[in-house]
Ligand binder design. Structure first.
Ligand SMILES: NC(=O)c1ccc[n+]([C@@H]2O[C@H](COP(=O)([O-])OP(=O)(O)OC[C@H]3O[C@@H](n4cnc5c(N)ncnc54)[C@H](OP(=O)(O)O)[C@@H]3O)[C@@H](O)[C@H]2O)c1
Length: 361
């Protein structure tokens, strides 16, 4: 039997599900053995179920083409085939919350891309370079669920990945007020230009629920575990506008920051390029070697040139300069469906495996 951990993907036929399939092709630790989706796809081969909906640049991996799609709702059946699952199903928030906990209760860890559990007090929401210590809350969650190895862990929203790591790198200068505008790619809505022609040459100044997530989720990343729950930090206060732009992949953020201990530009750059965390120390398979790159050129980072930096797992920062109203301003860029979605979840799962939370059943 393979030594790799057996993985199932819930919502495997969707855009994020497809990204999981692509990223896990030839993964050294994880092997996709089960794909699950709605009743519409169940019973078909993965290739048939996806049909013309394959949205990745790389071809569908041979190893998954003939897998027969299972029904996400048949929890025991799906769970019996795997060591853990990634979740990327599109259902109502309440349904997702319930079904992810059902999987956990079958002693199957769930690493989720969905927002449903991001504010469940004993569910860790983790960027492994920022707050891997939050995985310690899993022991309290297991007590609540009555499990020994099953739990739910989540990753945060794609929009915050272009600035939350940057603000974390600058923590010792005590940023206390942040204004951000995000310029978000259409793949964040699971779309391409073919299926969203309205977005060609267009800007839409509204993304439902995104501004609240962009303002609040970083505070949870910077929170602490108290009495078995994650208690969010209170600062920095973040105000955000989220705009949909005609870009396929890559969320850009334009950010202004005020600091209590005002640093120099050189100090800020030094903190960015030296910022690393557990994934770099453990050399996890999906970890970017250099998490944040600083670009000196005035016209960088650019989506087309820089979105795939470190295979989409790194953050590109540029145009850092002093500001008349705030202390500093900068531009950040991250890949929304890699670091911001499936890749971020894969890195969480690698951290969980390395720390002994995910094992063979
Ligand atoms: N796209 C992004 O960049 C991004 C980023 C962060 C978070 N998310 C979140 O991730 C989730 C998936 O997004 P997506 O863009 O991949 O969506 P998607 O392309 O619409 O895919 C949805 C997936 O969920 C399955 N599904 C739908 N209804 C279901 C049901 N009732 N029971 C079981 N499975 C069902 C679909 O299966 P069928 O093919 O059988 O219908 C498909 O596999 C969403 O909750 C989204 O909000 C997306």
């Amino acid at each position: 039997m393979s030594e790799k951990l057996r993985v199932g993907i819930l919502g495997a036929t969707g855009m994020v599900g497809q990204r999981f399939i692509s990223l896990l092709e030839n993964h050294p630790w994880f092997e996709v053995v089960t794909v699950a989706a709605s009743a519409r796809s169940a019973g078909k081969t993965y290739e048939e179920a996806v049909g013309g909906r394959w949205k990745m640049d790389t071809p569908m991996p041979e190893a998954v083409k003939k897998l027969v799609v299972m029904n996400v709702s048949e929890v025991e059946k799906v769970a019996s085939t795997v060591d853990f699952v990634f979740s990327a199903v599109d259902m109502s928030k309440e349904e997702i919350k319930a079904i992810e906990e059902e999987y956990a209760k079958t002693e199957t860890p769930v690493v989720s891309n969905n927002s449903a559990h991001r504010w469940t007090p004993d569910v860790p929401m983790v960027v492994p370079e920022i707050n891997p210590q939050h995985f310690e809350v899993i022991k309290y969650q297991k007590e609540r669920l009555g499990t020994t190895r099953g739990f739910v862990a989540v990753k945060p929203n794609c929009s915050i990945q272009s600035y939350a790591p940057v603000l974390t790198a600058w923590k010792e200068f005590e940023p206390y007020e942040v204004v951000a505008t995000t310029y978000q790619a259409i793949s964040g809505a699971g779309k391409t230009f073919k299926d969203w022609p309205e977005m060609v040459e267009n800007i839409i100044p509204y993304i439902g629920g995104e501004e609240e997530k962009s303002e609040m989720e970083p505070l949870r990343l910077w929170g602490e575990i108290k009495d078995g729950q994650i208690v969010p930090a209170k600062e920095p206060v973040i105000t955000c506008q989220c705009v949909r732009v005609p870009v396929l992949n890559g969320h850009t953020a334009a950010v202004f920051v005020k600091f209590r201990k005002k640093p120099t530009k050189e100090q800020l750059i030094e903190k960015l390029v030296n910022f690393k965390g557990v994934p770099q120390e453990l050399e996890l398979p999906s970890a970017p070697k250099q998490f944040i790159q600083y670009m000196e050129e005035e016209n960088r980072p650019q989506v087309k040139a820089d979105v795939d930096y470190e295979r989409g797992m790194g953050i590109s920062v540029g145009r850092l300069r002093e500001d008349k109203v705030y202390d500093f301003k900068f531009i950040g860029l991250s890949h929304n469906t890699v670091r911001g979605a499936a890749g971020g979840a894969v890195l969480c799962a690698e951290t969980l495996k390395a720390q002994g939370y995910i094992t063979k059943k």
